[in-house]
Ligand binder design. Sequence first.
Ligand code: HGY
Ligand code: MN
Ligand code: MN
Length: 424
Amino acid sequence: MPRTALALHVDIDRLLGRLAALAEIGAIEGTEGCARLALTDEDKAGRDLVVTWMRDLGLDITIDGIGNVIATMAGATDGPPVMCGSHIDTVRTGGRYDGNLGVLAGLEVIETIKGAGLIPSRPLAVGFFSDEEGARFQPDMLGSLVYVGGMSLEEALDIEGIDGAVLGAELERIGYAGAAPVPGLVPHAFVELHVEQGPVLEVEGITIGAVEGVQGISWQELTITGQSNHAGTTPMSMRRDPAFVAAAITTFVRDLALEFGEPQVATVGKIDLAPNLVNVVPASATFTVDLRNTDEALLQEAERRLEAFVAATVAAEGCSVETRTLARFEPVIFDPSVVDLVEQTAVDLGHSAKRMPSGAGHDAQMLARVCPTAMIFTPSKDGLSHNPAEYTSPSDLLAGADVLLQVMWALAATEPHDWSTANV
Ligand code: HGY
Ligand code: MN
Ligand code: MN
């Protein structure tokens, strides 16, 4: 497969300018970051800006029933496009590169090819998928999950967010309840450029990650119910304290991850006490547990260990528990031939490259269910992400976008091939 057939480079200043302009929307004061929770007014404003850039490029734009936006450049032949993309929704402490890089670099790749007067063998497309973060509406990667038929549109539209909003109503409110059908068009191939969001590339001094897959994700919400009581008069022996149970579980999952060793991780990221007052032993504690591992059997073992600990701790404290699954995705393997192409392209362009798994979830893990898919990582300074101080250097951004350019061009020239169906 020709790997560096194009004597072209993206325009890094144009890419940096768009990243900065998009980061202005929902900007977090005093930082380089931005907050655009899915389907909020900020997300709408970000969408409108990116759609304007897509329209200015003369691309054919489709918006589907879950609000995914796909913009396509015609090729010498019709048929499924080589697609790239990611997301532009963020967490509340978002950086300007998480997701946004994959979308704006894809736009930059298409603009570079159009600017050179070239016609790709196949159509090229760049998209952004709704609600990748899953921070407001769970699960994460929701838009791409619906795009590949992993969840019905009806089920997705009914999802209630952490703020009580209903997904379908928010989609209508921001004007992105599109007419294009889901599941969406199956691409010829899919490539996602994304910042690593971890420390590996920076520590090892590597410029490009050729991502081989994504680790398994287990999100659950636990509601522990005890008895609200007076903080001053209630003897410790009489308490049924859900906050104590939540704290014990928080400590347990951390110890469990340390016992399992890398790559196992565990996070209690969200906790709400009721009535959440200084002088009241809480009535209830509602919190989330995020467990991840590249090995499905180990992830299931971690879930079993947690379930047993929760049952014992809840019983000992005289409380009760309700558990709700927010997201559960098994580990995903990307198409080896596309991973090879990413790695070889990086090397041919003179960059150091490393094959590696992804610790974070990505839309690519959903597209991998339907077409040959892989990802390109660029280093994250200090391994930081989901933090407004998230940073990747212009030279690394240029390297990643140039690899994306060459990989998309090469994939446009490939014939459909038998590919791993491990993820269906
Ligand atoms: O949670 C994740 O890994 C991604 O940021 N949605
Ligand atoms: Mn992301
Ligand atoms: Mn993220």
